[in-house]
Design a protein around this ligand. Structure first.
Ligand code: CTP
Ligand code: MG
Length: 235
């Protein structure tokens, strides 16, 4: 068995995207968003196990995703997520802990466009650095604002990165950091790198991909359909 596992978190409700059905189950091209995402990991030769973390009410929609995949042999039985992304990742880590991989990739189900090269790069960077995340230079100037809407600062843009997933980690320290965060009631981390930073681990950033967008708002689905059509005409 490969020593690399991927956790794909897909237990959110997609409030900002609207549309009634959680965004990871909306159709993109000819398959649900989550089928595209799972397919990217299931087809990567270095990834031995793929674990989806899904909402308790979403079992039927998840099965529909599986029926769109050419090969589901590397997919583990899905586990139920929690009320926060952090809790959902923890559920995935807990499910892997009995037979832990050396490296775990944690990825958003709502990011269907990651390339095989990005997965390869994440794995290599995690092997080299222990904790590694994809990031892109920020093009907008970013302001720090107080509750009254007053600007309190302008960070130097050259030092900023907009980070993505897959985030890749040595399994044991990520699992330990998650356990510690839970035990200490720290439950509002928005990515796994932040938990590792909090636990005192260095985190390395490697270049992300502009196309690796997270489907978040209604208009993102138009962009995604256009991206898919453009890709389709290339093959
Ligand atoms: N996620 C999860 N469990 C949660 C919340 C989020 O598994 N309790 C997952 C989502 O399914 C998504 C990823 O984390 O794939 C990134 O979260 P986000 O883009 O915020 O998705 P949602 O929480 O579903 O969307 P929204 O915040 O608009 O409701
Ligand atoms: Mg959310």
């Amino acid at each position: 068995m490969s020593d690399i596992a991927a956790i794909v978190v897909a237990a959110g409700r997609g409030e900002r995207a609207g549309a009634g059905v959680p965004k990871q189950y909306r159709t993109l091209g000819d398959a649900p968003v989550l089928a595209h995402t799972l397919g990217a990991f299931a087809a990567h030769p270095a990834v031995g196990r793929v674990l989806a973390v899904i909402g308790e009410a979403d079992a039927i929609q998840y099965k529909m995703c599986l029926s769109c995949l050419p090969d589901t042999r590397r997919l583990l039985a899905p586990v139920s997520g929690g009320n926060t992304r952090q809790a959902s990742v923890h559920a995935g880590l807990a499910a892997l802990a009995d037979t832990p991989p050396a490296i775990v990739l944690v990825h958003d189900g709502a990011r269907p466009f990651l390339s095989p090269a990005l997965i390869t790069e994440a794995i290599a960077a995690a092997r080299a650095h222990g904790a590694a995340i994809p990031g892109l230079p920020v093009t907008d100037t970013v302001k720090i604002v107080d509750e009254a809407g007053r600007v309190t600062g302008t960070p130097e843009r050259a030092g900023l990165r907009a980070v993505q997933t897959p985030q890749a980690f040595a399994f044991a320290p990520l699992h330990a950091a998650h356990e510690r965060a839970r035990a200490e009631g720290r439950n509002s981390f928005t990515d796994d790198a932040a938990i590792m930073e909090w636990a005192g681990h260095p985190v390395h950033v490697f270049p992300g991909e502009a196309t690796n967008m997270k489907l978040t708002r209604p208009e993102d689905f138009d962009t995604a359909e256009r991206h898919l059509r453009r890709d389709a005409t290339l093959v």
